[in-house]
Design a protein around this ligand. Sequence first.
Ligand SMILES: [Zn+2]
Length: 70
Amino acid sequence: MAKDPVCGMQVSESTQFKSEHVGQTFHFCSQGCKSNFDKGPMKYMGGRDMGMGHHWPTPFIFSPRPNENS
Ligand SMILES: [Zn+2]
């Protein structure tokens, strides 16, 4: 499962609604969420708040945790 970065829903990675951004693939529950993401991906990347007025509870991370025991 993947997380829809727009609405926060869990979505199947086999969904037809997906976008690639900065080398990552994002999955969406609907065309509407995909469109919102495509219009302003940075709003959903866990970066600066661009007037959204709220923050996502968890950082938007798809990659595995970095190795802490180097
Ligand atoms: Zn959604």
